[in-house]
Unconditional design. Sequence first.
Length: 80
Amino acid sequence: MMIEDWETGQLYWNCLAQHEGNEAKAIEAVKYKYFEDFAKTKDLHFFLGTSALHHYVSKNPFMIVGTFHPKFIYQYRLFE
């Protein structure tokens, strides 16, 4: 699925600069951030949307337009 989230794009550009232009290492750093940090330590959500450009010509017009990753809130009891 296409990702149009600007924060994810900026994460990629920062990783690319950190790894001195090595695209493979930058991509691995972005994957690591999402799979090892956000997915395991936070409550990761993706916001989906569509684009008028792809809405009627694509099999799947949906794309990721944003992410939301707050810390986990553990609920131990239903009532206090």
